[in-house]
Design a protein around this ligand. Structure first.
Ligand code: SF4
Length: 261
């Protein structure tokens, strides 16, 4: 990998950090160090970290300071088949820093690296920083295939996200696709079918995770004095999750056929 194109030494070595978790078990394989980056351009109605939105907030840390937080636990991560996951907020907003960090984590500790992203990132931006080279796995959140409903849910179009997904597929990147299932918002039959079809056309998808919507982040909206947009929306039942899974898998089978021709 060339480093000559990584010409942002300041942004590479310092990032704005929201928080960190030394014992993550849900964002990638094994036990993981999870780094939450500050800043996000989306405004998802179900966001459980709205305090991560403001790009000017967070704690500035350099790569070495983050590595020092990881170092005491490296053996746990390695023995469990885990590693590091950088999430947010939106980590691609600070691509040069995250790329530099992941490269160091790999070369110094030999750990598995994952990037958890909304995909709201121009492929050229990610490539310029070497971010995708440095990530062994990308956890990609696909929130809503219908663009009108995507805009209502997140405040942004899904076009850039789908372009990013296609780019990952073209690169043959290992991916876990994640979809938050929100009753009445992201669980329409046609939308789930389209999601499945789209995922079926992607290469490199190792896993498709359906994440049932939960209300654990509501208190943060209250703390920020913002009205919670999904008030009254229930957590999906096991049956609803199973129904969604079946629809997505049916769509995925159709997408796979398209990919084959
Ligand atoms: S992409 Fe993630 S951090 Fe950003 S608003 Fe959506 S859920 Fe929150």
């Amino acid at each position: 990998m060339s480093t000559s194109r990584h010409n942002h030494p300041d942004s590479e070595t310092r990032g704005r950090i929201h928080s960190l978790d030394t014992f993550g078990t849900v964002d990638g394989p094994g036990i993981r160090f999870v780094l939450f980056m500050q800043g996000c351009a989306l405004r998802c109605q179900f966001c459980h970290n709205p305090d991560s939105w403001d790009t000017a907030a967070g704690k500035p840390m350099d790569v070495e300071a983050v590595l020092a937080e990881i170092e005491p636990y490296v053996d746990y991560y390695r023995l469990s088949g885990g590693g590091i996951t950088v999430t947010g907020g939106e980590p691609t907003l600070q691509a040069p820093f995250v790329a530099a960090l992941l490269r160091e984590v790999k070369s110094r500790f030999g750990l598995h690296t994952a990037l958890d992203t909304s995909g709201f990132c121009e492929p050229s931006h990610a490539d310029a920083s070497g971010l995708l080279d440095a990530a062994d796995l990308v956890l990609l959140d696909l929130k809503q295939l219908n663009n009108t409903r995507h805009e209502a849910l997140t405040g942004q179009s899904n076009e850039r996200i789908l372009r990013f997904a296609r780019h990952l597929s073209d690169l043959g990147k290992s991916m876990w696709i994640r979809h938050v299932l929100v009753p009445g918002v992201t669980d329409g039959y046609q939308d789930l079918l389209e999601l499945g079809r789209f995922v079926g056309t992607l290469r490199g998808v190792q896993k498709l995770e359906l994440l049932p919507y939960h209300r654990m982040g509501v208190y943060k909206w209250q703390e920020l004095d913002m009205p919670y947009p999904l008030d009254g929306v229930p957590t999906p039942t096991g049956q609803e999750v199973e129904r969604a899974r079946q629809i997505i898998e049916a769509g995925r089978a159709e997408g796979l056929k398209l990919r084959a021709v």
